[in-house]
Design a protein around this ligand. Sequence first.
Ligand code: ZN
Length: 430
Amino acid sequence: MGRSFMPKIRTERELKRIQLEGLQRTANHIYKNSEFYQKRFDEAGVKPKQMKSLKDISKLPLMTAQDLQEGYPFPLKSVPFEKIVRIHASSGTTGKRKILSYTQKDINDWANMFARCYEMAGLTTKDRVQIAVGYGVWTAGVGFQLGCERLGALAIPIGPGNIDMQCQFLEDFQSTVLCATASMALLMGEEIEKRGLKGRIGLKKVIMGSERSSEAMRMRMKDLLGVDDVFDITGLTELYGPGTGIDCIHHEGIHYWADYYILELLNPETLEPVQPGETGEMVVTTLRKEAAPLVRYRTRDLTRLIPKRCSCGSILPMHDRLLGRSDDMFIIRAVNIYPGQIDYILSNSKGAGSEYQIHLDRKEDGKDYMTVKVERAEGRNKEGDTILMNTIEEEIKKQILVSGKVEIVDYGSLPRSERKSKRVFDNRGI
Ligand code: ZN
């Protein structure tokens, strides 16, 4: 066995102490060394020495992707250039790229966090990891590789695509772990089946980046590739990159590295913390980052905390899978709804396809109505429509606490797009 990358923390109190120390250290560091943060703190009338308890984090100003874009090309820079050893970029949906700088220590911390992901997923130095995600200025691949080597497992840095070579490597090197996007992993599974390779490869686990994946997709992946486990790894470039959390072999939620960053879940409207277990926007504050620390950075990603200890016993807390983006939220009958919540229900409804639309209308009675159009899954006949419709309507009522009408439409009848499809059609006027 190699070394362990798990924190040597026994109690929640100890974890909180580490978080407070990290918060104080970070606040002092950026106030002293970053013009951007000094200005922000001064505008908010807050000084680093006011960070006396973890609750004091709420005194600090929030920041958004726009702050990073406006600081282009070296936003949040908090160390001299001599200390910066690398940059990575993250594409914004609008405007300039977000560039993040790293010191050698930042890179080291990232590798340790990523090695912890692999350890959490049960990998050892005996594993052979086929890394089929992209390499380059967008962080993915290099993080997967660094963490793998840090753990002491064998890295096979093949990158995405190139199915022939992927299949050959799986067979020749007897890779035990495949790191890929969900769609790439599924594609590989189909190829392996087509080529009759299943009995000749040695895959045990798939680790995939956080892309939407339904229970059905996971089942199919397990079946086609013959693996025991499929893991969800999380992360975003602003926060080092992928590798800041993963589910363990119990799959009860995504453990996140609370000793490296503080995760707050805020109501995106009021910016107040949500109740434990309620859906909110992920807001992160780094505790150890040097070159470009984040303070209360609004990620726009939505999830909920899982307020219980995992069966594995780890002190590291858990959040749910990502449930969508706060930008996509809409309100109907005073209830905040995210398309991700509908998506989640559909992905767990047998017989429902993955394409859907949400239509919002205001009728003569002055009330708002929601209709969800859902495609029937490929290859299913119309006979099951009524049952499917009723099941989804019940789930929406149960999980989102609002009534909606469900219409089942033919497979392939809703428009598809390469980019993100438009899901919500609000016809209610002003
Ligand atoms: Zn666990």
